[in-house]
Design a protein around this ligand. Structure first.
Ligand code: ADP
Length: 501
């Protein structure tokens, strides 16, 4: 086993990695930006070093400084977490060249999966189904128009170097294509310094289902089942679960086998994710994420495997101690991403100091967090405060536990997305497993702080009852009504739309 690891990240994922490393007796080295000097990952690590000011470009993205710290303090390996430098092939290569161990796949694997057209070519060659469309960038509007006819409208323009949904444009017909083509190129150039775009079929109501894979340096690759991540907003996942409510054992086998083939085609080492779009029983390769994912805990809860520990073991050269047949899924797990955003105001980022924090606990509840009371939440970093994850014997129990855990969670000082998640847990389509990547837009009521139909009925009923009570016994209503100023009792205020603000 490695003796030490530098964690090149912050927030909940840095804490998660440090926890995994400590359990294995691996010395942990944290790096941090100036405002993060008292952050949880700094407190949890054995050692911590400042690498620059608040801006990520001057701190968490400074690969040179991070490698220098690793050398200076004798850290053997670097774990990038997700985001920041995790999928920068050039950084992985610099780490390798510095004689340090990179916790992730080889830099060549990261590079080949970072280019969407190259990834599509390699997957097609490996027999993995891809979304119908081009496998090479398209040159010029004329060629794009021609290709679109072959694929069939609607089509999706995508940046070859894409990521984070940038440079993506859906096109319904030939008249829309020229403008969208130029816009996609411009956006791709601005975001990635590369204006290459290509076309694929636009699926109208797919689900996002991904397979977790794990490979070692001895050529073994297994898959650890799927995660359903269809509940997204602007291509950002909000709720994830495992298993998916629609994946049968046969489909799991088919998708898992395809994911393992995808991994083998690029000599995959470590933990990775093969993302698919799923529609009408068919699945199509979307992309491969060459790192640990935010949503990895749901897989950990249903498989009983510690993915961070396995990343460290694989990086130390250990072989997987189990085979595909040994992987069994038990129960159901759900994750809600708790962010510092106001779901009732367009997910507007919220900043401030976390002045109060009550964390849920009890059976089947896990909190992977990156904050503590007194922690300043700024606009410099990702708004993810922590992840609430529940595990139950079946999906119903996992949902009920999540609702209960969300009711227990109190984050004071900043707005959070928790109320949105609480709404999802009660929503009928979610409870019935009827999901697609359009879920959020199909349920605008979840983004509306106003009371639901059901809540309005309760309010109306309550008012009527109070009226009757008042008529029959003035004494009884005096106890029930609150301060008299609003004329609302405390429990009426609790369900009143204004009470949330
Ligand atoms: P990025 O790398 O920019 O995040 P992806 O290719 O992973 O882009 O796609 C991000 C999201 O966009 C997917 O999760 C899905 O919601 C949507 N999407 C991507 N491709 C398609 C498609 N062909 N049809 C419909 N939606 C798509």
């Amino acid at each position: 086993m490695l003796s030490s690891v530098l964690v090149a990240n912050r927030g909940e994922i840095a804490v998660r990695i440090i926890r995994g490393a400590r359990e294995l007796g691996v010395r942990t080295v944290a790096v941090y930006s100036e405002p993060d000097r008292l952050a949880p990952h700094v407190m949890e690590a054995d050692e911590a070093y400042c690498i620059g000011p608040a801006a990520s470009s001057e701190s968490y993205l400074r690969g040179d400084r991070i490698i220098q710290v690793a050398r200076d303090v004798g850290a053997e390996a670097i774990h990038p977490g997700y985001g920041f430098l995790a999928e920068r092939a050039s950084f992985a290569r610099e780490v390798e060249e510095a004689g340090l161990i990179w916790i992730g796949p080889r830099s060549g694997t990261i590079a080949s999966m970072g280019d969407k057209t190259e990834a599509r070519q390699r997957m097609k060659a490996a027999g993995v189904p891809i979304v119908p469309g081009l496998v090479e960038p398209v040159v010029g509007v004329e060629a794009a128009l021609e290709a679109a006819v072959g694929i069939g409208y609607p089509v999706l323009l995508k940046a070859a170097a894409g990521g984070g949904g940038k440079g993506m444009r859906a096109v319904n017909g030939p008249d829309e294509l020229p403008r969208a083509f130029e816009a996609a190129q411009r956006e791709a150039l601005g975001a990635f310094g590369d204006d290459a775009v290509y076309l694929e079929r636009y699926l109208d109501r797919p689900r996002h289902i991904e397979i977790q894979i794990l490979g070692d340096t001895h050529g073994n690759v297994v898959h650890l089942g799927e995660r359903e991540c269809s509940i997204q907003r602007r291509h950002q996942k909000l709720v994830e679960e495992s298993p998916s409510p629609v994946i049968t054992p046969e489909l799991r086998h088919a998708m898992g086998t395809a994911a393992v083939r995808a991994a083998q085609a690029v000599d995959y080492v470590g933990a990775g994710t093969v993302e698919f779009l799923f529609q009408d029983g068919d699945f199509f390769f979307l992309e491969m994420n060459t790192r640990l994912q935010v949503e990895h805990p749901v897989t950990e809860l249903v498989t009983g495997l510690d993915l961070v520990a396995w990343q460290l073991r694989v990086a130390s050269g250990e072989a997987l101690s189990f085979e595909q047949e040994d992987v069994a899924l038990s129960g159901h797990a759900i994750e809600c991403r708790i962010t510092s955003e106001d779901p009732f105001h367009g997910f507007l980022p919220s900043t401030g100091v976390v002045d109060h924090l009550d964390l849920p606990a009890g059976p089947g509840v896990r909190w992977d967090g990156g904050i503590h009371a007194g922690f300043p939440v700024s606009l410099h970093y990702d708004p993810l405060l922590g992840k609430l994850i529940t595990h139950g014997k079946d999906r119903g129990e996992a949902i009920r536990r999540m609702a209960r855990a969300l009711d227990e969670l109190v984050v004071g000082g900043v707005e959070t997305s928790a109320a949105f998640h609480r709404g999802v847990m009660d929503e009928e389509d979610f409870r019935g497993g009827n999901l697609s990547i359009r879920y959020v837009e199909e349920h605008p009521e979840l983004l509306d702080g106003a009371p639901s139909r059901e809540e309005l009925r309760v309010i109306a009923l309550t008012a009527t009852l109070l009226e009757r009570l008042r008529a029959s016994s003035p004494q009884a209503t005096r106890m029930g009504t609150g301060d008299g100023r609003t004329g609302l009792s405390s429990w009426q205020r609790a369900v009143h739309p204004w009470s949330r603000r």
